[in-house]
Design a protein around this ligand. Structure first.
Ligand code: SF4
Ligand code: SF4
Length: 369
């Protein structure tokens, strides 16, 4: 969110197309009164839209590898769900970056809500040094009528408002910690530049409120941080454990649109699309068997019509097969649960995967004698 907003507002709209005068003033409205300004605004919008679609595609890569993604998108009408997710997320990103803007951070972002729960007095954040700068707001958050220097000449804040103008969420850091703050630290840089001209350090600092109040150091090692480290360590160990127990093959089963096909002599066929994914480091010949689910007894009544023989799946590759199962005899009408046990012919015990599916046997009026 923050990076894309900086790209759009600061780089494209302000720096490249000059629709705003200064990056340091995020409150400034764009002047779109001329035709050329409108064209420039459109160009900025088109460029960020392309970048948003790229970001959306990279999100899709978590679920569909890039090689598959581009292959599928070259035939989009046959991959409408992926296309819908890609364009849907892309359009949301575009809407978010160009229209919702920082309102997303202020009103919608769950991250800052979670963050505020994790905060304590020792948490590092952007803070205004009220001791040097002087108080600008009272304890109820109401602004004093007098600027800090007018309250006391020794207060260092010049009341220049550089830190307020630069804030993308339009807050005044001098009011204290606020939920809207995204810790972008723009205000720290803005004040560093103002105070730097006076030979003084920034009044907005990256500190904890406790260290600011006590003029002490930030306390990094404390009950909360130790607790977070322990929880993260446990999650890391769990991830390592899950990573080492990865399946060496995956099996995906879907039914074809046609549920069953009735043949002569009460014979029925069911068709499936199965994807055999070899996640092992070696090539394997793969095949499968039909097992009964608990309490079932249909497996012995079925035979595999196609594929007739094991087939090769290269390491890291997947193979799609149209599978046909056929009854050996007449059955009661119904949906029968079955288990497809796929395996590597050369390493049956190590490389295998099981998935549940079903076999449909139609009522007698749909059966052919
Ligand atoms: S760090 Fe400063 S500029 Fe950034 S959001 Fe917070 S108050 Fe605004
Ligand atoms: S930029 Fe620094 S000096 Fe200027 S108003 Fe903000 S805190 Fe005060």
């Amino acid at each position: 969110q923050t990076i894309f907003r900086v790209l759009y507002r600061d780089l494209l709209q302000t720096k490249i197309f000059g629709l705003r005068k200064k990056i340091s003033d995020k409150q400034e409205k764009m002047d779109l009164s001329t035709f050329s300004a409108k064209i420039k605004a459109l160009c900025a919008f088109l460029i960020i839209s392309v970048l948003c679609l790229v970001a959306s595609a990279s999100l899709m890569f978590f679920f569909t590898p890039p090689s598959d993604f581009f292959a599928y998108m070259s035939d989009p009408l046959n991959h409408r769900i992926l296309l819908g997710f890609w364009l849907g997320f892309g359009l949301f990103f575009i809407l978010d970056i160009t229209f919702i803007q920082e309102n997303f951070c202020i009103y919608m972002c769950p991250y800052c809500r979670i963050q505020s729960v994790l905060y304590d007095n020792d948490t590092l954040m952007a803070l205004y040094n009220y001791k040097r700068g002087g108080a600008v707001y009272d304890a109820k958050g109401i602004k004093y009528s007098l600027a800090p220097k007018k309250q006391d000449i020794n207060n260092e804040c010049t009341n220049c408002s550089a830190c307020v103008r630069v804030c993308p969420t339009h807050i005044d850091i001098r009011k204290g910690m606020q939920l809207e703050c995204i810790n972008c630290l723009e205000c720290v840089d803005a004040c560093a530049s103002v105070m730097g001209k006076l030979g003084k350090p920034s009044l907005v600092v990256w500190k904890s409120s406790a260290s600011l109040d006590n003029n002490g150091k930030v306390q990094f090692v404390r009950f909360r941080t130790i607790g977070y480290v322990v929880v993260l360590a446990l999650v890391f160990v769990l991830l390592l454990f899950m990573g080492t127990t990865k399946e060496s093959m995956l099996l995906d089963i879907s039914r074809t649109a046609e549920l069953y096909e009735a043949r002569a002599n009460h014979i029925v066929e069911n068709h499936y699309i199965m994807i055999f994914n070899n996640t092992d480091s070696k090539d394997h010949e793969m095949y499968f068997e039909i097992y009964n689910t608990k309490g079932g007894n249909i497996a012995q009544s079925l035979q595999i019509l196609q594929p007739k023989a094991p087939f090769k799946v290269k390491a890291g590759d997947k193979v799609k097969k149209i599978v046909t199962l056929r009854t050996r005899e007449s059955l009661q009408a119904g949906h029968y649960d079955i288990i497809i046990h796929a395996f590597a012919v050369d390493e049956k015990e190590r490389v295998f995967a099981e998935r549940k599916t079903n076999f449909v046997y139609p009522p007698s009026d749909k059966i052919r004698d």
